[in-house]
Design a protein around this ligand. Structure first.
Ligand code: FES
Ligand SMILES: [Fe+2]
Length: 354
C-alpha cells in the first residue's frame, strides 16, 4: 500500500494530551510519543528510548524535558539525551528521531515526511471545537478499524453504498447509487458534490419531510474529509437546473472526519458531527449515525479479511468509483514524487494550500 509521507496526519484529539503525561500513538506503523514541555510547546519523538528501546510514552514530563521511566535517561525538547543516571558522559550525537507536530482544530497533527516541507498551511480547514458556534450542536468520537485506511477512504469516496449498506440506518432510496457526483480535482484532494432530490434528511429518523439536499465534500490527502449538507424544499434542485445552491449560507449539517493509517492493516477514524441547533438541543443525536458507522465498520473489516484471504485478486472499478480511483492516483503521484526526488532537490514539497 502506498502512503504519502509529506502530509499532516491526525494522530490524536488534542484533549487526549494532558500536561505532564506523554501520549503514545502509532501512525504509518511508527510508534510516536507526543508531549508538551513546560513552556507549552509540543514535541513528537519516535517512541523508542535510545537506551533499550523502552516506550517513552510510559515516561514522565519534567518541565522542558522528557524522562524515560525505565532507567531514567532524560531528553530535551529536541530529542537530545541530556542525562544518563549514574554516568557523567552522554554519548555525543545521541538523539531521537523527531516529527513536526502541531495542534489545530481540536486535533494533534503529525508530519510524517521531510521536515523542511512541513507547512502548517497544508492542514485542511476542518471543523473543530475551537470553532464551535452557539447555534450548532456537536458530537465527536473515534473508531478503531481492523482494516487498512485505504478501504475506509474508499468508503467515504464512494457514497453509492449509502443506498445499500445503510438501508437500515439512513433509509435512503437507491438514489445515492443512481445519481452521479460532480468530481473536481483539487491540488491535494478532490471535491465531490451533488443534489439528492426528494429524500428524507440524512441521519435523522422521524422527520418524514422530504427535502432536496445538496451534499458537498472535500477529501484531502492523506484522508481528511469535510462535508457540508444544505437542505431545501423539494423542487429547489430543479428550479436551480441542478446547479449548486448558494453555499455561503451556513450548512444545516457538517462533518469532519480523518482516517489515519495506524498499521498497514489497521486505521483510526476520528470524526466530528455538527448540525444547526433545533429548540433546546444540547448535543448532536448520534443514534442513526452510530448505527451507520457500525454498518461501515462491519462491512469494511469483513472486506479486509476477504482481501487478506485472496491477495492476488483485483477490484473492478465502476462509475461510482471515480472519486476513489482519482484519489488513489493522486496518492500514488504524490508518493512517487517524494520518492523520486528525495536525494536531489526539495521539489517534492507541494506548496499549494487547500
Ligand atoms: S530504556 Fe530508557 S532508560 Fe533504559
Ligand atoms: Fe458509510
Amino acid at each position: 500500500v502506498t502512503y504519502v509521507r509529506n502530509a499532516w496526519y491526525v494522530a490524536a484529539w488534542a484533549h487526549e494530551l494532558r500536561d505532564e503525561l506523554p501520549l503514545g500513538v502509532r501512525v504509518l506503523d511508527e510508534p510516536i510519543v507526543i508531549w508538551r514541555n513546560g513552556r507549552g510547546d509540543l514535541a513528537a519523538f519516535e517512541d523508542y528510548c535510545l537506551h533499550r528501546l523502552a516506550r517513552l510514552s510510559l515516561g514522565r514530563c519534567e518541565g522542558e524535558r522528557l524522562r524515560c521511566m525505565y532507567h531514567g535517561w532524560l531528553y530535551d525538547s529536541t530529542g537530545h539525551v541530556v542525562e544518563i543516571p549514574g554516568q557523567a558522559r552522554v554519548p555525543g550525537g545521541a538523539r531521537l528521531r523527531t516529527y513536526p507536530v502541531t495542534e489545530r482544530h481540536s486535533w494533534l497533527w503529525v508530519w510524517m515526511g521531510d521536515h523542511s516541507c512541513a507547512d502548517e498551511k497544508l492542514i485542511p480547514p476542518v471543523v473543530g471545537f475551537d470553532r464551535a458556534e452557539p447555534e450548532s450542536v456537536y458530537a465527536h468520537g473515534q473508531l478503531d478499524y481492523a482494516a487498512e485506511a485505504r478501504l475506509v477512504n474508499d468508503n467515504l469516496l464512494d457514497l453509492s453504498h449509502v443506498s445499500f449498506l445503510h438501508a437500515a440506518s439512513f433509509r435512503m432510496s437507491d438514489v445515492w447509487a443512481r445519481e452521479p457526483s460532480k468530481i473536481t480535482p483539487l491540488e491535494r484532494g478532490l471535491r465531490s458534490e451533488r443534489w439528492i432530490r426528494g429524500e428524507g434528511t440524512l441521519g435523522e429518523l422521524g422527520t418524514s419531510d422530504l427535502v432536496d439536499t445538496y451534499f458537498c465534500y472535500e477529501m484531502y490527502v492523506p484522508g481528511v474529509l469535510m462535508m457540508t449538507v444544505h437542505t431545501y424544499p423539494v423542487g429547489t434542485a430543479q428550479a436551480l437546473k441542478s446547479q449548486p445552491p448558494d453555499l455561503s449560507r451556513p450548512p444545516g449539517q457538517f462533518t469532519t472526519q480523518a482516517i489515519t493509517p495506524v498499521t498497514s492493516k489497521t486505521a483510526r477514524y476520528f470524526y466530528t458531527m455538527g448540525r444547526r441547533r433545533r429548540g433546546s438541543e444540547t448535543t448532536y443525536d448520534m443514534t442513526v449515525t452510530d448505527q451507520a458507522f457500525a454498518e461501515d465498520k462491519m462491512m469494511i473489516e469483513a472486506q479486509q479479511q476477504n482481501i487478506d484471504s485472496a491477495p492476488a485478486r483485483r477490484f473492478i472499478p465502476t462509475a461510482a468509483d471515480q472519486a476513489s480511483v482519482l484519489f488513489k492516483r493522486l496518492v500514488e503521484t504524490m508518493a512517487r514524487a517524494e520518492g523520486s526526488v528525495e536525494a536531489s532537490t526539495d521539489a517534492q514539497c507541494t506548496p499549494v494550500h487547500p
